[in-house]
Design a protein around this ligand. Sequence first.
Ligand code: NAI
Length: 209
Amino acid sequence: MEKDISQAVIRRMPRYYRYLGELLEEGVERISSNDLSSRMKVTASQIRQDLNNFGGFGQQGYGYNVQFLYDEIGKILGLNQTHNIIVIGAGNLGQAITNYVKFEKFGFLITALFDINPKLKGQMVRDIPIYMMDELEEYCAKNRVDIAALTLPKERADATAKYLVQLGIHAIWNFAHVDLDLDSQVVVENVHLSDSLMQLSYNIVKNSD
Ligand code: NAI
């Protein structure tokens, strides 16, 4: 990508992608920015501005070609390639994520889980094996791993993340409630459902004032 796109714009892209995917499923071939705007409840000018970051994609008087826009946003988000994910911590959350089959639709393939609890050794989640952490190094040497999801206790998250980086993994999907202290070339996406709940709670309080 030639220029840096703001993270705020990038954060809006998956939503565009989702809406365009729904339009495709409905057989819609093209859509004006006004129609997309009323569907998504975002102003048409916001849509034009966002998409202009990537060269526009729209044509005056024609609107957007839904398939083209869907494919282009998919490419921007790197969804035209598959990403192999390993899950570190095969407890409640790690297994729940692994059980969510639909990530595969976007090319995110969970290939293995790792844990330290010997009771989990050899178990499967769907058809995906749980290995022990002492098998991780060998696994990474033999298999391509693009992303590691951290779903282990927060006390272990930072040291484990550093170990993963040593093994050549440069993208961390972090669910542990701790800020990881990693080199800047490692990309980290933090997911905290409780942050979202707190925001909801704030809005409940605000609305009841
Ligand atoms: P859990 O206790 O069910 O699972 C944790 C698993 O990690 C266990 O199987 C345990 O054996 C394993 N583990 C412990 N130390 C390990 C290590 N050094 N290496 C590999 N595996 C190790 O806990 P749960 O409910 O699945 O939560 C997991 C983590 O995710 C916790 O840190 C929790 O706070 C966090 N969490 C985050 C959420 C979010 O929205 N970000 C939502 C729910 C949980």
